[in-house]
Design a protein around this ligand. Structure first.
Ligand code: ADP
Ligand code: UDP
Length: 235
């Protein structure tokens, strides 16, 4: 599989077309951004870790009935994926309070919620990804009711699978963001799951093993990504 043209360069990945109109190649970068792109930096080795971690976990989802865009890992940083039309919703699931939720609700971080919760942001950089509900998504014609139902069902399933899996690695899944796309009329999971998009805390020490180390200048950023990668056992 060969890269043809650069279709899109995002903050964390480049996306290339291929000979096959249904197939893209994503190439994961070491670049990191936070706070709506205002903070920029590099996390050495991140691209390869995020690529390999995403593919490893997407395989678990496939086995649990959540279809994904994964076709084939090509090398450390690059993966062939099904080209989807991204549904412009950032789907966020939370198990514990953290980040913007903790701030909005006036809670400390790390409090277990009575049940997992789901929220949507409208994926729109110009508007800074505003928080919306499913009625907005319908009214703005971002997705149909049927799609929203499927996305929500898959998102909770993804949470169940990841929570259990990370727990077996001594990691608490605090929250995460995922994206879905349309592929020949069907909703499938796209984009990535990595320490860039999940909050992952050591179960015992509550040490942060994710991008919050970069966002909040906590130090040992590379070490945290490496530690998650090491626990996955896919080195
Ligand atoms: P951003 O666009 O937020 O800066 P990235 O750097 O991760 O993010 O860029 C990757 C882009 O590719 C994202 O906009 C994402 O929605 C999109 N994408 C992810 N998977 C697919 C796919 N299978 N088909 C088409 N687009 C995808
Ligand atoms: N997240 C993400 N991309 C975004 C916004 C959030 O991957 O553009 C992830 C983030 O890493 C965390 C979860 O979604 O795991 C919830 O983030 P939150 O809403 O608390 O926002 P933040 O505190 O990161 O601004």
């Amino acid at each position: 599989m060969e890269k043809k043209e650069l279709l899109y360069e995002g903050k964390a990945k480049k996306v290339f077309t291929t000979e096959d109109p249904d197939v893209l190649i994503v190439s994961y970068k070491d670049d990191a951004t936070a706070f709506d792109g205002q903070k920029k930096g590099t996390i050495v080795g991140k691209g390869a870790i995020n690529n390999r971690m995403t593919n490893h976990i997407f395989k678990l989802f496939g086995a649990e009935g959540v279809p994904t865009h994964l076709i084939e890992e090509l090398n450390d940083r690059e993966t062939a994926v099904k080209k989807v039309e991204i549904v412009p919703l950032e789907v966020i699931i939370r198990n514990f309070s953290a980040g913007s939720f903790a701030k909005k609700m006036g809670m400390e971080e790390g409090i277990q919620l009575k049940c997992p919760t789901l929220e949507f942001s409208y994926k729109n950089d110009d508007l800074h990804d505003p928080f919306i509900n499913s009625y907005y998504a319908l009214a703005l014609d971002l997705a149909t009711q049927e799609e929203i139902d499927t996305i929500s069902k898959y998102a909770f399933k993804v949470n169940e699978v990841m929570r259990k899996y990370f727990a077996s690695l001594g990691i608490e899944l605090i929250d995460f963001k995922i994206e879905f796309g349309r592929y020949h009329g069907k909703i499938i999971l796209a984009d990535e799951v990595s320490p860039d998009t999940c909050r992952l805390w050591d179960k015992e020490t509550h040490e942060k093993l994710d991008k919050d180390r970069f966002r909040r200048d906590l130090g040992n950023v590379e070490d945290a990504y490496e530690e998650v990668f090491r626990r996955l056992g896919i080195r």
